[in-house]
Design a protein around this ligand. Structure first.
Ligand SMILES: Nc1ncnc2c1ncn2[C@@H]1O[C@H](COP(=O)(O)OP(=O)(O)OP(=O)(O)O)[C@@H](O)[C@H]1O
Ligand SMILES: [Zn+2]
Ligand SMILES: [Zn+2]
Length: 807
């Protein structure tokens, strides 16, 4: 029997980032297991907090009086040994608290919530006891806090030392239960019952006959009522007579139920093409041989990557293993979810942000119990409690949404790699436009490269036309549509074919571009766009700190037309209505898809040809497979380019390649039109040529010269405070702590952040670039400890490894 438990408490500070030792009371000693939630007293006030058991009977250096555990919150562990180990690794790797990492892996309802209870500790008079405490010895303060009389009575009692206020941890993990009935007699016994019944006891006759029919099986009360036509009172009567037993079973809240196909409706695997076979073979081999190999599948848009995934999953299942499929954002890729459900039915669990917390908890339990062996989900699904994983797949591996930009700042790809090593299973990364990091690794032989160079339909990728919008604007004034695009749209309308229009929405409005020549003001040192700061009336570089006045004429062509460029989808939809009144348009952006289920609904409508044009933001660029779409138009290719970030070109290339890939996926030929103010930009030109290899080479060259990933690793340090000078003071202090680093490690900054003030806080940052620096990790971990101890509470420090944005 274990006597001591090591517990990680739910008090996220650096001091509590290690286990505390508690005594295990005898009454709990045969139940405690590693990975269970417990309630423990903590801190000066000995208030109750939730914690996780991470070890039992490990030697402890603590020699004082040990406190006992107050209680267990689970009957079985909620964190299995694998995930516990993973959480510990992740805390270290991402400079986060262990407790935050554990919570990140679990459904929200397992997070502790505390309630204030009032407990009687000394005798009180009977009247008060009855009125306030209903005869019990405690009450939930939330029940009385709005009643001034009750509150004043309680305060009086507390002054007299008769009651105590306590915090109690509440378990929110509610399981949904339904009532069941089971016959308590066998067929012949019920036959006797029927025989003895009076002729006019119709209800009893019907009940007994129904129970006979069940032949001992258990059904839900609801089903029994429906099938027998009897009401619940009849079944209660049957229970009293001893004919049946009632019970309770758990019911899962299956998200968007009704869409789970039955066994008969499951889709049959497609016969793979020769190319697909070639790609699948080495993956299957490594599933069989349990090799933790990482594969990078580079397959052009429409090359049938999804079918390869489905075959790999099927293989793992056949071997008796489970499978994990990660997608960038479930709501943006509803088609792939439907495909997986369609193939594997109720074995599939889907995890995404739009689930209610109850639904999420239910899906999580289905996985945990092994009832669902295929998991599809976005970033956080990488923590799905699957056992015996046979294959992990990450679709659109280049997507930046795989990195969490809040604590813990983990990248799902890195976590997936960790789990692939743990389970000795292959990891398959797929994309039409792999990230530079991954492709460079494949080139270096760290990943095994697999290629699907052709579309399934054996058609070439659609031809792309790049339209220079500068003369268009001169000639036609302020319009979002070039002559070519408009006539192409008209042409599809005539032919009853469909079009997709993408408006590349800018994340920021603080960049300047000349509308006459397309010139974007850049930093002379960094070759990255400058950001406009209206507070200081300057243009700043967020990498090196360079600063210059806001120009009033274009430094390139001396035009005065230099300003903010950007339009919303609503405005474009209005113009579209004016230009093509007969066209039916579906608009898809954050506004029209805010309501739950709207995204899928709009896509289904478009799929049913209830509209001619799908107009949307970046959210329509990925994964859509509509055979009738033959035209894709990009209204403004540039907006991604002028964001001051070293990945701006890569993102633009990816986006244009992805969205172009939506055209001509079936037997009809596709066409793509891209409108831009920068027709000569290499990312646009090379996307036009469908030339990933050339883009890769060009971009790698630039990254090498400027010292960016994948040639260097990066870490971002960010300090914030409500007062600007405090934030600045902290960041300079932190910089002084960056010592003992490798010679070729580069420290950029401190500089104010692009959005220097956010939510009433000021932000300053430092970028660290390094190749190989064994001392850095330790240095940053120490810095975090130092910051926790030395800085006032209103200072916030962020350490972001491999940041997606430098902004
Ligand atoms: N072996 C096959 N036989 C027939 N049709 C196939 C086969 N494999 C895939 N397809 C079909 O080809 C189309 C394109 O496949 P899929 O959507 O998987 O491409 P993809 O590579 O994922 O493209 P994207 O990167 O654009 O999402 C789909 O309609 C799919 O049903
Ligand atoms: Zn200009
Ligand atoms: Zn600069």
């Amino acid at each position: 029997m274990p006597e001591l438990a090591q517990v990680i408490v739910d008090v996220p500070t650096m001091q509590t980032n290690r286990p505390y030792t508690y005594q295990i009371p005898d009454r709990l000693s045969h139940q405690v297991k590693i990975g269970m939630r417990v309630i423990v007293p903590f801190g000066k006030g000995q208030r109750e907090v939730q914690g996780f058991i991470v070890g039992l009977d490990e030697p402890t250096s603590y020699d004082g009086q040990l406190k006992p555990l107050s209680g267990l919150m689970d009957l079985t562990p909620v964190v299995n040994p694998e995930l516990l180990e993973l959480s510990k690794w992740m805390a270290d790797d991402t400079y986060s608290f262990w407790i935050s990492c554990i919570y990140t892996m679990l459904p929200n309802v397992l997070k502790a919530q505390s309630k204030r209870v009032v407990r009687i500790v000394d005798e009180i008079d009977e009247q008060t006891s009855l009125n306030l405490f209903k005869g019990g010895d405690e009450l939930d303060f939330a029940d009385v806090q709005n009643d001034p009389d009750a509150v004043s009575q309680l305060l009086k009692l507390r002054r007299a030392g008769k009651i105590r206020f306590e915090y109690q941890v509440v378990d929110r993990a509610k399981v949904k239960m339904v009532t069941t009935i089971t016959p308590a007699m066998d067929f012949l016994q019920l036959e006797d019952v029927l025989h003895d019944l009076r002729k006019n006891a119709k209800v009893q006759q019907r009940l007994a006959a129904y129970l006979q029919n069940l032949q001992g099986h258990t059904v839900t009360l609801m089903q029994a009522e429906k099938e027998s036509g009897l009401n619940s009172a009849a079944f209660s009567m049957g229970m009293k007579k001893g004919w049946l037993k009632k019970g309770q079973i758990e019911r899962y809240r299956i998200p968007d139920s009704g869409r789970v196909p039955s066994e008969r409706e499951l889709t049959k695997p497609l016969k793979l093409t020769h190319d697909q076979e070639q790609v699948l073979a080495p993956v299957v081999k490594d599933i069989d041989q349990e090799q933790a190999q990482t594969f990078l599948l580079r397959g052009v848009t429409g090359s049938g990557k999804t079918e390869v995934y489905l075959h790999a999953i099927a293989h793992a299942l056949k071997k008796g293993q489970s499978a994990l499929l990660l997608v960038p954002e479930i709501s943006l890729t509803p088609q792939i979810v439907d495909q997986v459900r369609g193939r594997f039915g109720k074995q599939v669990a889907v995890i995404h942000s739009a689930l209610s917390s109850g639904e999420r908890y239910d899906e999580w339990r289905r996985i945990e119990r092994g009832e669902a062996s295929v998991v599809v989900g976005a970033r956080s699904a990488v923590f799905a409690p699957l056992k015996n994983i046979g294959i992990i797949i990450m679709d659109e591996e280049h997507e930046s949404s795989y990195k969490q930009d809040d604590v813990p700042r983990y990248h799902a790809r890195k976590v997936a790699k960790w789990r692939s090593r743990y389970h000795h299973c292959p990891l398959l990364l797929g994309s039409a436009t792999p990230s530079l990091e991954s492709y460079a690794r494949a080139m270096a032989g760290n990943y095994q490269l697999l290629t699907l160079a052709h579309r399934i339909n054996q058609q070439p990728l659609p031809p792309i036309q790049v339209i220079d919008m500068r003369p268009e604007i001169q000639a036609r004034g302020e319009s979002n549509f070039s002559t070519e695009l408009l006539s192409a749209l008209n042409d599809r309308l005539q032919k009853h074919e469909q079009s997709i229009l993408m408006l590349n929405r800018r994340g920021f409005s603080s960049f300047m571009m000349c509308r006459s020549c397309g010139y974007v003001l850049k930093c002379p040192n960094c070759d990255i766009s400058l950001t406009m700061h209206l507070d200081t009336h300057t243009m700043k570089c967020h990498y090196c700190g360079h600063e210059e006045p806001i120009p009033s004429v274009c430094p390139n062509c001396h035009s005065r037309q230099i300003r903010y460029y950007g339009t919303g989808t609503e405005k474009v939809a209005m113009e579209l209505h004016h230009l093509l009144p007969q066209a039916r348009v579906i608009r898809m952006d954050v506004d029209t898809t805010r309501r739950k289920g709207m995204h899928g609904k709009l896509l289904r409508e478009f799929g049913n040809h209830e509209a001619d044009i799908l107009l949307g933001t970046q959210m329509i660029a990925k994964g859509l497979d509509f055979p009738n779409v033959t035209l894709v138009g990009v209204l403004n290719a540039d907006t991604g380019l002028d964001i001051p970030d070293f990945r701006a070109s890569e993102r633009t290339f990816d986006l244009l390649s992805q969205v172009s890939g939506r055209a001509g996926r079936a037997d009809k030929k596709g066409q793509v039109i891209i409108q831009t103010f920068n027709p000569d930009n290499y990312a646009i030109r090379l996307a036009q040529a469908h030339d990933y290899d050339h883009f890769f080479a060009t971009e790698m060259n630039i990254r090498s010269q400027a010292g960016y990933p994948p040639y260097f690793y990066t870490v971002k340090l960010m300090a914030s405070h409500p007062e600007e000078k405090e934030a600045a003071k902290v960041i300079y202090d932190l910089k002084a702590h960056l010592t003992g680093l490798a010679k070729d490690t580069i420290i950029l900054g401190p500089t104010p952040r692009a959005i220097a003030r956010l939510k009433r806080r000021y932000y300053y940052q430092i970028i660290i670039k390094y190749r190989h620096d064994p001392a850095l990790h330790q240095c940053l971990t120490k810095m975090l400890q130092y910051a926790q101890q030395q800085y006032p509470r209103d200072v916030e420090l962020v350490i972001d490894p491999d940041p997606q944005y430098f902004l």
